[in-house]
Design a protein around this ligand. Structure first.
Ligand code: SF4
Ligand code: FES
Length: 246
C-alpha cells in the first residue's frame, strides 16, 4: 500500500541568526489517521530538523502548553489531527499577538502576570475549624463550573483582536478566572479583583467579537465570562455614584 504523505510549512525563527521569522517547507511527510499535528512535529524533529523548538507535555489537552496557529487558527497541537487537513497544506506558526522567543515558542509573561493579578484563589473565606470542609452546593457550582476548565493555553488571546491591538489588555482567560472566583459562594475577593477588571485595560476593552469562545479547546466560553464581568463592573460604577451622592 502507498504511504500517504502531506506538506507542512513551519515558521522558524532563531533570534541569534535570523533577522525575522520565515516559513520552512517540509514535503512528503508520512501520516496515518491516528496522527496528531504534534506527532507530525515530533517526526520532523526526530528525522529532519533536530533544532526545531516547540512546547508540549501532556499530549492530551490538559497542560495547555502546545498552543500554535494552524492555518491561522489558534489550536492545540495535540488535539488537532492531520487527517482533517488531507488535500491541503498545513502551515504552523506561533500563537498570534505574543512575542516570539524561538520557532513556535512564545513569551507568555504578560499572560501569566494577568492571571496572577486577578488573584486566582479563594480569598477571605469563612474561618473553618481544623478538618472542617467548606462545601459547595451543586446548584452554586454550575454558576462558574465551566470557567474552572481553563488550561491557560492562551488560544483565546491569539484569537482576540483587542489583545492584538493592545498587548496590555488583561484578556479573556484572566477575566474568566476572575469570574470563576467572584461567583464562588466561598470567596469574598470581589473587592480585590474588580478594581483590576474595572481599570483601563480591563473588561471594557472587550468589543464582544466572541472568537475567544470559538477557539477555546475546553469550552470555557470566556466571551460569556467577560459579559458577566461587565455587569459586575457596571454595578460597581453605579454603587460608587450613589455613595458619592448620599
Ligand atoms: S479560556 Fe480557553 S482558550 Fe483561553 S486560556 Fe483558558 S482554555 Fe485556553
Ligand atoms: S501537550 Fe498538553 S495541551 Fe497539548
Amino acid at each position: 500500500m502507498t504511504q500517504r504523505t502531506i506538506t507542512i510549512n513551519i515558521m522558524r525563527y532563531h533570534p541569534e541568526t535570523d533577522s525575522q521569522p520565515y516559513l520552512q517547507k517540509f514535503e512528503h511527510i508520512p501520516y496515518d489517521n491516528t496522527m496528531s499535528i504534534l506527532d507530525m512535529l515530533n517526526y520532523i524533529k526526530e528525522n529532519l530538523a533536530p533544532e526545531l523548538v516547540y512546547r508540549s507535555s501532556c499530549r492530551m489537552a490538559i497542560c495547555g502548553s502546545c498552543g500554535v496557529m494552524i492555518n491561522n487558527i489558534p489550536k492545540l497541537l495535540c488535539k488537532t489531527f492531520v487527517r482533517d487537513y488531507v488535500g491541503k497544506e498545513i502551515t504552523i506558526s506561533p500563537l498570534a499577538h505574543f512575542p516570539i522567543e524561538r520557532d513556535l515558542v512564545i513569551n507568555m509573561t504578560h499572560f501569566m502576570q494577568s492571571i496572577e493579578a486577578i488573584k486566582p484563589y479563594i480569598m477571605d473565606g469563612l474561618k473553618l475549624a481544623k478538618d472542617e470542609m467548606n462545601k459547595q452546593l451543586p446548584a452554586l457550582l454550575v454558576k462558574y463550573q465551566q470557567f474552572t476548565h481553563c488550561i491557560n493555553c492562551g488560544l483565546c488571546y491569539a484569537a482576540c483582536p483587542q489583545f492584538g491591538l493592545n498587548p496590555e489588555f488583561i484578556g479573556p482567560a484572566a477575566i474568566s478566572l476572575a469570574m470563576r472566583y467572584n461567583l464562588d459562594s466561598r470567596d469574598n475577593g470581589h473587592h480585590a479583583r474588580m478594581p483590576i477588571l474595572n481599570q483601563e485595560n480591563g473588561v471594557w476593552r472587550c468589543t464582544f467579537v466572541g472568537f475567544c469562545s470559538t477557539v477555546c479547546p475546553k469550552q470555557v466560553d470566556p466571551a460569556f465570562a467577560i459579559q458577566l464581568a461587565k455587569v459586575e463592573s457596571a454595578k460597581d460604577y453605579l454603587i460608587s455614584k450613589i455613595k458619592i451622592q448620599s
